[in-house]
Design a protein around this ligand. Structure first.
Ligand code: MG
Length: 250
């Protein structure tokens, strides 16, 4: 392009550019007015109006122990804390595709190392673990550190804060799709921010989380409870909410 013409074009205001006869009608051809996105109020530092609150500091009524006979975890001072040897918690409700927000805190008094330090986890659908670990100056296998999809994907960076400080995961999880014959149509996918930092971008999970062995899919329900892992460490949780997402992964 002629440099003088380009300079003139760049200096032309947009309002002047669409002022020619017929431009407004031509521009309107690429405007979409429906469907109108639903209104969601999202107060600063607050919970979106269409979120399902799973814990807000008051009680753990949205949760139940996975282990029969377990009394579950402790709620005190607005915080839900793992009780060692009490087993996992799971939501009473089931979910498929979700946006998740979870705030957690590693014990301020550091105990153990590697996988034995501040280990917990969020299990999407009770099957796919987003690892919670005290990964502040605590080396371990990278696909098992904080913000990994356990034994599948290491995070892009380590955004861990020091133990004793509140941290957050914000995630989008898309459930796997199975055909009527049980064949996998599309794998589970996840995008995760750790303390606001992108750590996993649309990773395709190879199957439910395994400690030993290579993951592989088996057909399961389209909606299942979310679980929190008890791994013997007194990890705490503060605010936990999800938004159910429609129109993803189909
Ligand atoms: Mg874990």
């Amino acid at each position: 392009m002629n440099p003088r013409f380009l300079a003139a074009l760049l200096l032309t205001p947009l309002s002047a550019a669409i002022a020619a006869p017929g431009d407004a009608a031509r521009a309107a051809k690429t405007e979409a007015w429906t469907p109108v996105p639903p209104v969601v109020s999202a107060p600063e530092g607050g919970i979106p109006s269409d979120a399902i609150v799973l814990f807000d500091g008051r009680n753990a009524d949205a949760w139940e122990p996975v282990s029969p006979g377990s009394k579950g975890w402790k709620v005190a001072d607005g915080v839900l804390t793992v009780v060692p040897h009490s087993g996992y918690l799971r939501t009473k409700a089931s979910f498929g595709d979700i946006q998740l927000h979870v705030e957690f805190r590693e014990p301020a008094i550091v105990k153990g190392n590697g996988q034995g330090r501040g280990n917990s986890g969020v299990f999407f659908m009770g099957l796919y673990e987003l690892q919670i670990l005290d990964s502040y100056r605590n080396p371990t296998y990278v696909n098992g550190q904080a913000a990994s999809i356990y034994k599948e994907y290491a995070p892009l960076v380590n955004a861990s804060r020091p133990p004793g400080e509140w941290q957050a995961y914000d995630a989008v999880f898309v459930a796997p799709r199975f055909g009527k014959d049980g064949v996998l149509i599309s794998p589970a996918r996840a995008t995760v921010f750790h303390n606001g930092v992108l750590v996993l971008y649309d990773v395709k999970l190879t199957g439910p989380t395994l400690w030993i062995g290579v993951p592989h899919y088996a057909p399961h329900a389209a909606r299942l409870p979310l679980e929190l892992q008890e791994h013997g460490d007194a990890v705490s949780f503060r605010r936990i909410w999800v938004r159910e997402l429609k129109g993803l992964g189909d």
